[in-house]
Design a protein around this ligand. Sequence first.
Ligand code: PEP
Ligand code: MG
Length: 403
Amino acid sequence: MRGSRTSHLAILARAIGIPTVMGILDFPWQQMDGQELIVDGYQGRVYTNPPERLRKRFASIIAEEEALNREFEKLRDEPCETKDSYRLPLWVNTGLMTDVFRSLDRGAEGVGLYRSEVPFQLNERFPSEEEQRQIYREQLQAFHPLPVTMRTLDIGGDKPLSYFPITEDNPYLGWRGIRVSLDHPEIFLVQIRGMLKASAGLNNLRIMLPMITSISEINTAITLIHRAHEELLEDKLDIKLPAIGVMIEIPATVYQIREIARLVDFLSVGSNDLTQYLLAVDRNNPRVAKLYQSFHPALLRALDWIAKECHKEGKMVSVCGEMAGDPCAAVLLMAMGYDMLSMNANNIPRVKSVIRNIRLEDARNIHANVMKMTSTAEITDYVENTLEKLGINPRFIKGQNIH
Ligand code: PEP
Ligand code: MG
């Protein structure tokens, strides 16, 4: 597949549970027809016409995975709680309807990110207000009474709409997310009305704004949401104003985090984009995939700062990028004080299992040591080795079958 680990294609593959290898350059696609392949998403390798020895090895890895999944089923109704009784709520990221069933099966405690652009991408034109209302209602109803965080349309970057082409030299620095919504308030308002109407009688909706750069964007978006809400009240619809939050994805917002926190009800770090913008590494470019590092000391410092500053304003803050579903990163994020982690359904049991097998105190020690380190490699080795020493299954620590 083209792209890298945090491309949207990889995120969808992970959600569906398909082993995937991203960013193979010069792959001879045409010669693959009819050939047997093994896709090793853990190591990032594809084997063509594998010999018997290799087949056996992978058959035993698959059997091991199945056994693990059976173990995971037992965890479904157990709380995500450390050995010293610290609760860390695990929520889920959704977009496809199949995610809903998977999430409920895995014991998600809410939806931390519903990617509303996914149904738009599956359509051939902008869905009408009523069509959107029905799609959103299904999500809200399926999880009710659990909260569902609906992100407003986040197109652009590597999320095109066939019927709304955007051509730019630098799509990641261009017309994305809230920028499109605020330039087209008619599209935004239809979406907000669809969400608000869908929440009638359920009241479990939270609205989240993507790709925020400035305070003025937040103020404008909130004004529009209030306007849509008031119009519905005038139409005699009994709809509660939902909690409104923003995504922290752009470095500028890290430096204005307290002012932002004062304006909203909650914040969620989109670590996929924050990583790409902080490190100046295109999340889709396989040539620089090695430089896209969740454990870069600068990124960890930013994440630590964000959590602390949000709490000074008494606001709940979570992480909903792919990092939240990585057990090693989850341990660090818990120690930093993140109130909740939101991830694809397949990662919930893995993360829960690791959290249930350590103490908050262990996590805080790991975090304190990590904050003194200066290189990604040093941090990665240290976290993985320490968790292994604490008795965590190495299979949980490494990989998500997407490379
Ligand atoms: C993120 O950027 O971390 C995020 C969750 O949003 P997306 O991956 O959809 O850009
Ligand atoms: Mg993003």
